[in-house]
Design a binder for this molecule. Structure first.
Ligand code: AKG
Ligand code: FE2
Length: 256
């Protein structure tokens, strides 16, 4: 975990030196953004971000940044562990919902990494690190080191998520809400900025493969509890909801 954080910090430090403002959206590879492009973003978020797909690992690893030189090796090792962790968590959720073993195998194949670097912000009242949103994933495994800033919506109030070093935050995403027919609820969250602290986070979205049909599990639907969602292929869901904002198309291409 520490290695992954270090290599991402180095990556963000290198961008500060040699990247033009705005974005490097590529149809394959990775997407780096540093919201300094006011006009285009509309909202000025206080963060830099890198996104790339991690599945299948052996096919996409060479499309990731090659500087710092250890990036590919370190992040691949991190992703392999995250994949094991998310499979375990999904097995337990599966059991908890009373679904048959292995129910999530096909729906949890694709990992998408999204890492954010939030510099200190001179006036946190003026901007956010990331706007309130729900994750379009099945699950999100978030590592935030010991940093604060993440908040979740609970009973109509923003609640700070404790900054526990060496702990992962596990967010339920929209797909798990659909499959569980809302027994599990996708969590609304945001990141606030801090005057003196930096924040580096690594979110790994555990996503269904694009063709996978997502719908409430049959066993969770009955006359008393009718289905609350219609079936949809994950790729259609992503397109319809513009799930990754202006990078939706680039990410869809990368996942193909
Ligand atoms: O940077 C964070 O801690 C939050 C990231 C997040 O919510 C996201 O990428 O969806
Ligand atoms: Fe999120």
């Amino acid at each position: 975990m520490a290695d992954a954080m270090n290599v991402l910090k180095e990556f963000f430090d290198m961008q500060a030196e040699d990247t033009k403002s705005g974005t490097v959206p590529q149809s394959k590879g990775y997407i780096y953004t540093n919201s300094t492009d006011y006009a285009k973003d509309g909202v000025h978020l206080w963060r830099e971000n890198i996104k790339h797909t991690c599945h299948p690992l052996e096919e996409c690893i060479h499309l990731w940044p090659d500087k710092p030189t250890r990036y590919q090796e370190v992040i691949a090792a991190y992703i392999v562990e995250i994949q094991k962790l998310s499979s375990r968590i999904l097995e337990i959720i599966c059991e908890g919902l009373g679904l048959k073993q292995g129910y999530f195998k096909d729906t949890s194949e694709v990992q998408l990494l999204s890492s954010n670097f939030y510099p200190p912000c001179p006036d946190p009242s003026l901007t956010l690190g990331i706007l309130p949103h729900y994750d379009p994933s099945l699950l999100t495994i978030l590592y935030q080191g010991g940093a604060t800033g993440l908040q979740v919506m609970k009973d109509n109030q923003w609640v700070n998520v404790g900054a526990i070093p060496n702990a992962f935050v596990v967010n339920i995403g929209n797909q798990l809400e659909i499959i569980s027919n809302k027994k599990l609820k996708s969590v609304k969250h945001r990141v606030v900025t801090r005057t003196h602290e930096t924040r580096l986070s690594i979110a790994t979205f555990v996503n269904p493969s694009p063709d996978c049909v997502i719908e409430p599990a049959k066993i969770l639907v009955s006359e008393q509890e009718p289905s609350l969602y219609t079936a949809s292929q994950y790729k259609d869901y992503v397109r319809r909801n513009n799930a990754f904002g202006e990078y939706t198309a680039a990410i869809q291409n990368a996942l193909r």
